[in-house]
Design a binder for this molecule. Structure first.
Ligand SMILES: Nc1nc2c(ncn2[C@@H]2O[C@H](COP(=O)(O)OP(=O)(O)OP(=O)(O)O)[C@@H](O)[C@H]2O)c(=O)[nH]1
Ligand SMILES: [Mg+2]
Ligand SMILES: [Zn+2]
Length: 310
């Protein structure tokens, strides 16, 4: 039998067949995919072949169909293990909040760099606009112009009031979309507002730290009545980059990509070289300073989650 992995606990996988039938599956023996070292060889979104066990509604996964893509992160900077967030996705959406909890700029940029590395379309959904004050609204507009300029769709919404949610619906209709972001930004709440029947569990924000409580514990894919699937994921603390070469980073910033071929040296790192078109563009304000700073931090492998934008 064949189906799509719609939920993964790491040891159990819920697989949904084309007819909508769901089977809890385990992996057959030791399962490894060539070339990728991850904590989870099978992820939500994977198309798998499984065999139902006689007289039981459980199955054994025997094969994974080739992926057309996947998105991976390291859980922390020092971690050697990487983790596949999801496979076979059409659009990766980073849910961002500028308050309760604040998503750091560096986090946004590492997410986007990763989606570029895997050639996955990415978009930013700024949530909780109903609680933003003057300071956050100003920052919201600055960030929106920075990321739209880079080519990423940016939506400003509220899962609580439903404001502008129709734009999210439009963006994800008939696609497999991934919702990622730190804990408490409202990934699950957004999913409930987009598709009210789902009743996905949401949690509140800790009063003292103003952070989420890691309510969603396993990635899970939900079918959408208007077409497509949405993958809800557990909140993450850090978005560590996997397997990147320093010389590849610049081209994962679309704004830098527009200039880097005009540098004097073709192996320019855009850090200290003379006649660097990228640095000139930063100085002229043609490349946003915050994006260039993120480039430097990623280049130097500096994962400081300080928000230096505001
Ligand atoms: N004011 C306001 N609160 C929101 C909004 N969206 C979500 N919340 C609240 O934020 C809290 C966290 O929401 P969740 O949907 O559980 O957040 P999450 O991103 O799924 O968090 P994890 O599952 O822990 O990763 C809940 O109390 C929600 O009601 C919003 O647009 N405005
Ligand atoms: Mg959640
Ligand atoms: Zn350069």
């Amino acid at each position: 039998m064949e189906g799509i992995v719609i939920k993964s606990t790491g040891s159990w996988f819920r697989v949904r067949s084309a007819a909508g039938e769901e089977t809890e599956c385990k992996l057959k023996g030791k399962f490894r995919i060539k070339g990728i070292k991850t904590t989870n060889p099978v992820a939500v979104g994977d198309h798998v072949v499984f065999k139902k066990q006689p007289n039981e509604n459980v199955g054994l996964i025997r094969e994974i169909r080739p992926r057309h893509n996947h998105i991976i992160r390291k859980s922390t900077k020092l971690s050697k293990q990487s983790h596949i967030i999801a496979a076979n996705i059409d659009i990766a959406i980073l849910v961002v909040a500028l308050k309760d909890p604040l998503t750091p700029i560096g986090f946004i940029d590492r997410f986007l760099v990763t989606s570029e590395a895997y050639h996955i379309q990415a978009a930013l959904v700024f949530n909780k606009i109903d609680i933003y004050g003057q300071k956050e609204l100003k920052k919201l507009n600055e960030l929106t112009s920075i990321y739209e300029f880079a080519g990423y769709p940016c939506l400003q919404v509220s899962a609580l009031t439903g404001q502008y949610i129709a734009l999210v619906t439009q963006l994800i209709k008939n696609k497999v979309s991934l919702f990622s972001g730190i804990s408490g930004v409202g990934k699950s709440a957004l999913i409930n507002t987009i598709e009210p029947g789902l009743n996905v569990k949401t949690g509140d924000i800790s009063k003292y730290h103003r952070t989420g409580k890691h309510t969603t514990t396993y990635p899970e894919m939900h079918p959408l009545s208007f077409g497509g699937f949405i993958i809800d994921t557990p909140g993450i603390r850090e978005f560590g980059l996997v397997d990147f070469k320093k010389e590849d980073i610049a081209e994962r910033f679309p704004e830098m990509r527009r200039y880097m071929h005009s540098c004097q040296f073709n192996n320019c790192t855009h850090i200290h070289e003379p006649k660097c078109a990228v640095k000139e563009a930063v100085e002229n304000g043609d490349i946003p300073q915050s994006r260039y700073n993120s480039y430097l931090r990623i280049y130097n492998d500096d994962y400081l989650e300080k928000d230096e934008f505001s």
